[in-house]
Design a protein around this ligand. Structure first.
Ligand SMILES: *Cc1c(COP(=O)(O)O)cnc(C)c1O
Length: 466
């Protein structure tokens, strides 16, 4: 399978190179040139498969040129074997035809483990084969960093540097990153916000000369194609558990960078019957404003109780725009260049086409807390603030009560105790046993100014063979 850039002006790559590359050289994101398509009969035949076996069926077409089938199966068994629930992504029922899919049973208690546990293994496999080393540079507003560090801690051929906004991630999230031991793990707290961190990562990928040509950067943020790929699987799993593919499903997805929900869009394109995707945002609602009024415009960043969704722009949205523009890279390039200068719209018929599948909602902190409280009172079930936004948006946007509505439960409530306190509940979400001593573990991180040269200098000096 070949991968092409959303801006139409970079070389097509195979899976191995896409895995190791961040942005395409033209500034775009890589997407598969064509998608595998599964018939309803074939999908139906997957009922009852284990998560790892299902993952193999869904993902193998994307990687088959690079990885032998038995190797890939082994990787998937290892990856999903460490999740603490046997079904890996269990469904919890909230009401008639209304569900939460718990995607937080992995090592760092957020859905990002699904992709990043696999990504670490994919990277080490490919790097070993090529006798190559990479430096992973990533920005996190919380969950990506811990999941990436956990995913790479055993990699032989990878150094990982994770930038997080100083004092702007929750203590649990910071500790999940800074308490992991390993010579190849480096945490940097940048005195800026998440978008500052993300910009530094983008600029570093654009010009890697600070590494002196001795190694290269690899991306683990949600623009990495392999992450999107791994997230397609659980849409199939949820559907198969609830009578799919013989009935369609609706999903509500707490959204920041549009990675997780884009995976749902791909699942549909690959043949899974999905009739509605709800984009659930917090007050950082650029996607909601676009979906409700066809206006794409950056606003100031707002800090919310759901920090993993605090973004000004949604990087993966470019991948959807590419499809909405009939895969015309030049058109996407022009649109996004204009978008960096001011508000933009797309042609009305393209926007209406998107609205056939997507709905959206923006949920503020108060409504988030109200939802946490309501669901706890009705179900004795504790939602984390991101998932609460998903549940709220699902209820506000639902089109058809006969269609199962599944909200992606993106994080464990113990990761975000502030929101639970704010909601007025007195229950205290407990960390699972394997993390009970998190607050006693020793932390390691370096605080740096919001300055690209300083951050790049730190990387150049501290990677393994520097
Ligand atoms: C990353 C994250 C999100 C947003 O996912 P995107 O793929 O960026 O849209 C939502 N909730 C939690 C808990 C996250 O960690």
């Amino acid at each position: 399978m070949r991968y092409i850039s959303t801006r139409g002006d970079a070389p097509a790559l195979g899976f191995e190179d896409v895995l190791l590359t961040g942005l395409a050289t033209d500034g775009g994101l890589y997407v598969p040139e064509s998608l595998p398509h599964f018939s309803v009969e074939e999908i139906r035949s997957w009922r009852g498969l284990s998560y790892a076996e299902l993952a193999y069926k869904v993902m193998y077409p994307f990687v088959e040129d690079a990885i032998p089938a038995d190797e890939f199966r082994k990787m998937l068994d290892e990856t999903y074997g460490v999740f603490t629930h046997k079904s890996v992504a269990p469904l919890v029922q909230l009401d008639t035809n209304e569900w939460v899919m718990e995607l937080f049973r992995g090592p760092t208690l957020a859905f990002k483990d699904f992709a990043l546990q696999l990504l670490g293994r994919l990277l080490d496999y490919v790097l070993e084969k090529r006798n190559q080393h990479v430096v992973i540079m990533g920005a996190t507003s919380g969950d990506t960093g811990s999941a990436a560090i956990e995913g790479c801690r055993r990699c032989k051929h990878v150094d990982i540097f994770i930038l997080h906004p100083y004092q702007r991630v929750s203590e649990v999230q910071r500790r999940q990153m800074t308490t992991v031991q390993g010579d190849n793990i480096h945490n940097i707290a940048v005195k800026g916000n998440f978008d500052d961190c993300q910009r530094m990562v983008k600029e570093s990928f654009g010009n890697q000369s600070f590494l002196g040509g001795k190694t290269q950067l690899a991306a683990v943020n949600s623009i990495n194609w392999a992450r999107i790929m791994a997230q397609i699987v659980y849409y199939f799993q949820a559907s198969l558990s609830l009578g799919g593919p013989d009935r369609s499903m609706a999903f509500s997805v707490p959204t920041g960078n549009f990675g997780d929900i884009f995976a749902g869009y791909l699942a549909k394109k690959m043949g899974l019957p999905i009739s509605q995707l709800v984009i659930a945002t917090n007050r950082n609602d650029i996607l909601h404003r676009f979906m409700s009024g066809n206006k794409y415009e950056q606003h100031q960043l707002e800090q919310t109780l759901s920090p993993s969704m605090d973004i000004m722009v949604s990087s993966n949205f470019e991948r959807l725009l590419f499809d909405l523009h009939g895969r015309d890279g030049a058109a996407v390039k022009e649109l996004l260049e204009n978008a960096s200068k001011g508000p933009v719209s797309i042609e009305d018929y393209r926007w209406k086409h998107a609205r056939k599948l997507f709905d959206s909602d923006a949920v503020d902190d108060k409504a988030t807390c109200d939802t946490i409280r309501e669901i706890f009172e009705q179900n004795e079930y504790l939602l984390d603030p991101h998932t609460a936004i998903g549940v709220r948006a699902a209820r506000n946007c639902r089109r058809d009560n006969a269609v199962p509505m599944i909200t992606l439960g993106t994080a464990h409530p113990a990761k975000f105790p502030d929101a639970i306190i704010e909601s007025g509940l007195t229950v205290k979400p407990e960390l699972p046993a394997h993390m009970a001593d998190l607050f006693e573990r020793e932390e390691r991180y370096t605080v740096l100014e919001n300055n690209l040269t300083e951050v790049q200098g730190f990387l150049a000096k501290h990677w393994k063979n520097a």
